[in-house]
Design a protein around this ligand. Structure first.
Ligand SMILES: Nc1nc2c(c(=O)[nH]1)N[C@H]1C(S)=C(S)[C@@H](COP(=O)(O)O)O[C@H]1N2
Ligand SMILES: [Mo]
Length: 306
């Protein structure tokens, strides 16, 4: 396909992020460090802490600490219950403002796409984060297969809704099916991917098999799982979390340390995976992808459009 991509975060590429963390952690170590648990660190140890923050999380972390409310609201519910979801056969309906609407089978999609790997930081609105090696393809490539028509401005996504295999949908915590949306330019951005795997293996069900969105500069809930419908539209689509609580969850949901969630700060995050150095770390604007995506929001008030 048109887009060729490689890891956006090789060891070399992430050095600026590590350096940023190191500065913060060294400063913290010199000042009131107790809260960060970094008192007494030498510069060398802080360096190691920064590097560690960029290592992918373990398979265990990524596949056992999950959010997938269709299987329950507990972090371990998806790993416990998502196994019953049937993912073969699978197809994705692509409709709305496209030249070639229709039902695209997973085989057709995989045939048309070249899978590659990218390591992305992943930041949940609940202020925890992970680093995940994904396999997938750029969403833009799939949109090109369907042929986006002039006038389309947004992309809407829907998750499978199959109550017989999804015990969590018995509870109206969200208005099922789970729905998400992006502006078309966000959807076409080369960082926006459709993931089909993690750690070189097919996606486990709890992580959104067989196909999920990953938008690394947005809070995790934008990364909708187990997608069965993609709709091109000229209107901002309704999204599940915004419908559930518009005060807490906006349409954009860009990672932004300076805009607090009403119930908790977004200034820092706890990296999942424990260990002495995996305490809170500062959250970066656009989750560290500011250079790549800030231009999408030029002239917008991000406190209003949160
Ligand atoms: N269909 C669906 N997609 C979803 C969710 C969900 O409940 N249902 N949770 C979201 C949230 S809040 C997060 S943080 C991520 C978690 O992805 P992971 O469990 O694979 O880490 O999935 C997102 N996608
Ligand atoms: Mo989340």
């Amino acid at each position: 396909m048109a887009h060729r991509w490689k890891n956006d975060l090789t060891k070399e590429d992430v050095t600026p992020y590590a350096a940023f963390l190191n500065r913060r952690q060294i400063m913290a170590g010199l000042g009131g460090a107790a809260g960060l648990g970094l008192a007494g660190l030498t510069a060398g140890q802080a360096q190691a802490a920064g590097d560690e923050a960029l290592e992918p999380n373990s398979w265990e972390d990524v596949t056992s600490y999950c959010n997938f409310y269709e299987f329950g609201t507990g972090k371990t519910d998806p790993a416990a219950y998502a196994g019953q979801m049937t993912t073969t056969p699978w197809s994705v309906e692509i409709d709305g403002m496209v030249d070639r609407p229709g039902s695209y089978s997973m085989e057709q999609i995989l045939d048309a796409m070249t899978l590659e790997e990218r390591i992305y930081r992943f930041r949940c609105v609940e202020a925890w984060s992970m680093v995940v090696p994904w396999q997938g393809f750029e969403l833009a490539d799939l949109l090109d297969v369907a042929g986006v028509q002039d006038g389309a401005k947004y992309v809407a996504f829907e998750t499978l809704y199959r109550p017989s295999e999804m015990p969590g949908t018995a509870y109206k915590v969200l208005d099922w099916p789970y729905r998400e949306g992006l502006r078309l330019d966000e959807a076409r951005h080369p960082l926006t991917i459709m993931a089909t795997g993690i750690f070189g293996k097919p996606l486990p069900n709890q992580n959104g098999a067989p196909l999920r969105l990953v938008v690394p500069w947005k809070y995790g809930f934008k990364s909708i799982k187990s997608i069965v419908r993609i709709t091109l539209t000229d209107k901002e689509p309704p999204t599940s979390w915004n419908m559930a609580n518009p005060r807490e969850y906006g349409f954009y949901s860009n990672v932004n340390p300076s805009v607090s969630h009403p119930r908790w700060s977004q200034a820092s995050e706890r990296r999942i995976g424990g260990g002495l150095f995996a305490r809170r770390q500062p959250t970066l604007m656009f989750n560290g992808y500011e250079k790549e995506v800030a231009s999408l929001y030029e002239g917008m008030d991000l406190a209003r459009n949160f």
